[in-house]
Design a protein around this ligand. Structure first.
Ligand code: PEP
Ligand code: MG
Length: 755
């Protein structure tokens, strides 16, 4: 049965006229439901709008009791209408009353209607309401009619999103489209950001929904699809792609979908209902997003993501709009929202205006996370459909310490966060005042506080924090954020810039620590059962000496005429250190023979982060120029507890007798041999940890930039000898691991130390 009078195109044309009329919001809605009912030969057409409280309110009806408008309210999931909203899927029934979800509302007078067609009103995958038609007869609505109703729903979605309905909403029960959202994701980078949404890849706003000439729209759509296919072919065939691994697989998947008949058919159908090509793409994209959110199978989700991306590209093709936001014109207090983002893309934005980052994907070890931390901006990942739930310019708060995101926050939440930001700023100002003050404890021990760094963006922190130098420069970060393997010349430029920025303060470079969780996107990953215990760091460096040699050469050249300090990661035996040192000596000889300017002096040290070294300490210390303790890995290996796995990583405490005993044996041995020792793991970035380290004898610590202030403030108040006297018996007669942290915290608090 073909019910639509004049078909969907006539309906759309009429809708366009109604949208342009200068009438009130309620009058417009009333006209729209009459129009739809007439066009679809339905006795009833009703519009339900999702409200901020999550319920659905009847906003307009043709056919049901007009008294029920703004009175009938349903919970999401309640009745057929609630079910359509919850599942974001149409329901088409010839006998609605026999459906288990049917629930009867006497005030509406709907008991006489048997057939029911309800479609969700979707925008960017979010449900904004439900549009329903009903008939007395047991009628089966055709696929075409379902399409037509969905198309009308799309026009309504834009009307709801425009905010026009707020004028007729009850206070506190406004349409959900502008509602406050509290979302929780994965905390990636600490800090609090208050600001306004900037979409990293802005949605293209479709303003013209209704086609003047359907054939022309079909032609535009087909041409755009052809161009898209050709673009993908060019990308895939370009030589640069080489074997770019994962990226290539994604493009292959895109190409497959771009040739998929089903996808094209769907787009055609949408245009045939009278939509413009752009509006058709948006329709299909919104459906895909809604399905994606309900999909739990990770493989299928990924495919839906691909389809979503593809539609995005097609939209760009159709509109000729470039999606990249203008990075120079970033508004003040920008909070970027993106599905995912590469590290280089983040670095492109103006740091001074960025306050935060919200990602739909992203993990604690992703490269973009590393960069966000280095930039000191709050970042949160794993927020599903984040990009669909916000609009550019929306007020938003990100709390990088907890993973909370507040979109369009209420005034009290905003005020509370603004207060926290002020408090942080005040504390920061206090730390800033300590910047030039030497770090000397109450009992006169000078402690050198240095920085952990790894990217160019870290360099200004040397001056900002007044650090004594860079105690750990993680060279792998440059490799991790790059698109391709950095050439020796590029490495050299970075190392030279680091030395220049540090001036006469020492810098300790660590050779590449890749493998484990530190993967290079452009290097073929090797499947390993236990990557943390696998072929990584110096193991890879010794087995593939070309890589290590080129890095060492870049370091030696960069430090020409100056002192160079370098160390190796994950050394597990004295022999490994000897072999790595031999690589440096060979390079030195090579450069000398070719007349290059050499460093004034080369200090060669090692990280101590593999427990086996604890039993070779004397032999090792004799050979090295210095030691640097990596407590992150040392603790993970001592307790056999993966540092990146939150189920086990907090199970054991580094401020405990076994760890402090091990750390003390290292500092004691270094002292006995007259060799300097630094601790560069996270333990030193924690004020209580730093106090414990100072008490057991550490005089050099390297910490994350934001920790310099708090750690220095703590150490200035401490009498290390007193703490040492307190700790000493506890370390000699440890009673298991538990309790040491809290006892130490109580003790220093009693001493009047404020942390
Ligand atoms: C460590 O293991 O403590 C360390 C400083 O190295 P990374 O965190 O880079 O592994
Ligand atoms: Mg380590």
């Amino acid at each position: 049965m073909r019910g639509a009078l004049g078909g969907p195109r006539v309906l759309l044309r009429r809708l366009r006229e109604v949208m342009a009329e200068p009438v009130s919001a309620q009058q417009r809605l009333d006209k729209i439901v009459v129009l739809i009912a007439a066009n679809m030969v339905a006795e009833v057409c009703s519009l339900y709008v999702l409200r901020v409280d999550g319920t659905l309110e009847l906003y307009a009806t043709e056919g049901l009791n007009p008294q029920a408008v703004h009175q009938t309210v349903m919970r999401s999931g309640e009745g057929l209408v609630g079910h359509v909203a919850k599942e974001a899927n149409p329901i088409n029934l010839s006998n609605a009353q026999s459906h288990p979800k049917f629930s009867y509302r006497p005030e509406t007078g709907e008991e006489i209607y048997h057939s029911f067609l309800g479609v969700p009103i979707l925008r960017a995958g979010n449900t904004l309401g439900v549009l329903v038609v009903q008939n007395r007869a047991h009628r089966t609505y055709s696929e075409e009619e379902e399409e037509a109703l969905q198309t009308a729903a799309m026009v309504l979605a834009e009307m709801i999103a425009s905010g026009e309905l707020s004028a007729i909403a009850k206070p506190g029960a406004e349409p959900a489209v502008r509602r406050t959202l509290h979302l929780t994701g994965l905390a990636l980078s600490d800090g609090i950001g208050l600001g306004h949404v900037v979409l990293h890849e802005p949605r293209i706003v479709v303003t013209n929904f209704i086609a003047d000439d359907v054939h022309n729209e079909l032609k535009r759509l087909d041409e755009a699809v052809e161009m898209l296919r050709a673009d993908l072919d060019v990308l895939l065939e370009s030589r640069e792609m080489g074997d770019a691994g994962e990226h290539r697989d994604v493009l292959e998947a895109y190409r497959m979908f771009a040739h998929d008949r089903g996808w094209r058919h769907k787009l055609h159908e949408a245009v045939l209902t009278g939509l413009t090509a752009e509006a058709a793409v948006e329709r299909v994209q919104s459906d895909t997003r809604a399905r994606m959110m309900r999909q739990t199978d990770p493989y299928l989700r990924e495919r839906l993501h691909d389809l979503d991306d593809l539609a995005h590209r097609l939209m760009r093709q159709l509109t000729g709009q470039d999606l990249a936001p203008s990075k120079e014109q970033l508004p003040e207090n920008a909070i970027l929202v993106a599905r995912s983002m590469g590290p280089a893309a983040l670095l492109d934005y103006d740091r001074k205006r960025l306050r935060g980052l919200v990602l739909e994907e992203g993990g604690t070890t992703s490269h973009v996370t590393i960069v966000a931390r280095a930039l000191g901006i709050a970042a949160i990942g794993q927020i599903e459909n984040a990009t669909g739930m916000v609009d550019p310019g929306d007020a938003i708060i990100v709390d990088g310490s907890t993973g909370d995101v507040h979109v369009r926050p209420p005034a009290d939440i905003e005020a509370a966060y603004a207060e926290r930001v002020r408090l942080r700023a005040r504390r920061q100002a206090q730390y800033q005042a300590l910047r030039d003050k030497p770090c000397i404890t109450k009992d006169g021990q000078a402690i050198q506080l240095m920085l952990n760094a790894g990217l160019v963006v870290d360099l200004p922190y040397i001056a900002e924090t007044g650090a004594a130098g860079i105690g750990l420069f993680r060279t792998e970060l440059q490799f991790m954020v790059a698109q391709a393997f950095p050439r020796t010349s590029e490495q050299l430029l970075l190392y030279r810039a680091v030395l220049d920025a540090a001036g006469d303060r020492p810098v300790t470079f660590r050779t590449l620590d890749i493998g484990g969780d530190k993967v290079l996107p452009y290097m073929r990953a090797i499947e390993e059962e236990n990557p943390a215990l696998g072929w990584r760091a110096i193991r890879l460096g010794l087995d593939r000496p070309g890589l290590l040699r080129s890095q060492v050469r870049a370091l030696l050249k960069a430090a020409g005429g100056r002192e160079l300090r370098m160390m190796f990661p994950m050394i597990a035996s004295v022999e490994e250190f000897d072999q790595a040192k031999a690589v440096v000596e060979r390079e030195l000889t090579h450069l000398r023979r070719h007349g290059h300017s050499l460093p004034e002096r080369v200090h060669i040290g090692t990280m101590v982060e593999v427990p086996a070294l604890l039993f070779q300490l004397d032999e090792l210390t004799e050979r090295v120029d210095f030691l640097s303790v990596g407590s992150n890995d040392l603790v993970q290996f001592m307790f056999a507890a993966d540092r990146g796995n939150t189920r086990v990583s907090d199970r054991f405490d580094p401020i405990s007798a076994p760890v402090l005993r091990a750390l003390k044996s290292i500092v004691d041995t270094a002292k006995a041999h007259g060799k300097p020792v630094t601790l560069c793991g996270e333990l030193a970035s924690n004020p209580l940890g730093a106090i414990a380290l100072a008490a057991i004898g550490y005089r050099m610590m390297s910490v994350t930039p934001s920790a310099i202030g708090p750690v220095k403030a703590a150490l200035l108040q401490v009498d290390t000898q007193r703490v040492a006297r307190f700790l000493s018996p506890l370390l000699e007669h440890p009673m298991g691991c538990a309790g040491l942290r809290s006892r130490l915290a109580d003790f220093v608090a009693d001493q009047g130390v404020q942390l």
